[in-house]
Design a protein around this ligand. Structure first.
Ligand code: HGY
Ligand code: MN
Ligand code: MN
Length: 414
């Protein structure tokens, strides 16, 4: 029914490469593409062309997601949504997010070129804010689509003080929500961002679930002082306290099981100067584990240690939760379809957990979800050295096409 193309016709990887440079990056010599930036909008325009070439109608929703729709055999049929994110971390790799979008477009292009229509529509979503790299919140746009967005989360501004409300119609934002009846299920293909598939010698793997994650913003208050005249025993040094807290968080995570991780990724010293004992600093804390119970126990222990360190050092401590993302199991029946499609092309099916967060964990509130991981070299990600072999990405496309065919064979209109 559907023939896989030759590798030379396969465009998903080269298109990710094209989008990794200006004008599709906000940085000159690396990839940074943040939600609603000029680079983000330029990348949407290029994606819209590829979606249209693949036979899709293209629109944007009120959360400024870009959406391509390939109609099914029945008008207004519910849609299989295939998606991932168009935004990136700063100094990013080229595939984290875009690869899943390009594979969705490529799958529709293969169906469209074969004049194949499914009993459901297929919509490809390029989500706008999975990384949270511009505003102090993440997954805003997939939460809007899933209908789980707290409007208060939209009251944010970026590092330059630009408010989200200046860039989008906040009042209309919730209209991006999809009615559950309009969606069949959600499928996301994504690089693994870990070393497991490479260690197994496999191109793709079926994701069983996504780890639970908590994110906090911590502020430590001390007393600024002269670096030359403030005796060590009289100091209330906010950065020294923060340093002790960072190591305390690392020790708790190291003492736990392999899937328990804690990360301090952003550190800021308020009015820092070489000759000033720091009076205030802030940092982010990200804690994850395969289930919320162990994640929460670790986070509680880390925050208890933070309070203890602050007391001993006579420092102020303020803790603000940025987000709480529960663990998200993938749908067992959809996992079976991915495994079957993997076997059907002569590959070995393999299941693994995702330590990284994805829009799929948000879409799980709306519909059954499935994720397909693609091997990436050394498991490196959130790094310009991120690399995916085009042949592996094409295996993923073939699995996705098999998944779509099986879903069509099982689909019963409501
Ligand atoms: O944080 C994550 O796991 C994802 O890359 N946003
Ligand atoms: Mn990422
Ligand atoms: Mn990602």
């Amino acid at each position: 029914m559907v023939t896989a193309q030759t590798l030379s016709e396969f465009k998903a990887v080269s298109r990710c490469e094209e989008l990794a440079c200006p004008p599709f990056s906000d940085a000159d010599t690396s990839l940074t593409r943040t939600y609603l930036s000029p680079a983000y909008l330029a990348a949407q325009e290029r994606l819209a062309q590829w979606m249209a070439q693949a036979g899709m109608s293209v629109r944007r929703d009120a959360a400024m997601n870009l959406i391509g729709r390939y109609e099914g055999t029945a008008p207004d049929a519910p849609a299989l949504i295939i998606g991932s994110h168009l935004d990136s971390v700063r100094n990013a790799g080229h595939y984290d997010g875009p690869l899943g979008i390009m594979l969705g477009i490529e799958a529709v292009a293969v169906l469209s070129s074969g004049r194949t229509r499914m009993p459901f529509a297929i919509e490809v979503y390029a989500f706008g804010d999975e990384e949270g790299s511009r505003f102090p919140a993440a997954m805003l746009t997939s939460r809007a689509v899933a209908g789980t967005l707290d409007p208060a989360a939209l009251d944010v501004a970026d590092r330059d003080g630009v408010k989200l409300a200046e860039l989008v119609d906040i009042a209309a934002y919730p209209t991006a929500a999809r009615h559950p009846d309009s969606v069949v299920c959600y499928l996301e293909a994504h690089i693994e961002q870990g070393p497991v598939l490479e260690a197994q010698g496999l191109a793709v793997g079926t994701v069983t679930g996504i780890a639970a994650q908590l994110r906090y913003e911590i502020t430590v208050g001390g007393i600024a002082g002269h670096a030359g005249t403030t005796a060590m025993d009289l100091r209330r040094d906010a950065v020294a306290g923060m340093a002790q807290m960072v190591l305390a968080a690392e020790n708790v995570a190291r003492a736990g099981p392999a899937d328990l991780v804690a990360t301090v990724g952003v550190v800021q010293v308020h009015l820092g100067a070489p000759n000033v004992v720091p009076g205030q600093c802030s940092f982010t804390l990200d804690v994850r584990a395969g289930d919320a119970l162990r994640r929460d126990a670790a986070a509680d222990e880390i925050l208890r240690l933070f309070r203890e360190i602050a007391n001993v050092r006579d420092l102020g401590l303020a803790v603000r939760m940025v987000h709480d993302l529960p663990a998200s199991p993938c749908d067992p029946a959809l996992m079976d379809l991915l495994d079957n499609a993997t076997v059907a092309i002569g590959q070995t099916p393999f299941r693994l957990v995702s330590g990284a967060g994805h829009d799929a964990m948000i879409m799980a509130a709306l519909c059954p979800t499935a994720m397909l991981f693609v091997r990436c070299r050394g498991g490196v990600s959130h790094n310009p050295a991120e690399h995916v072999d085009p042949a592996d990405a094409q295996v993923a496309l073939r699995v996705m096409l098999g998944f779509i065919q099986q879903l069509g064979a099982r689909f019963e209109p409501a």
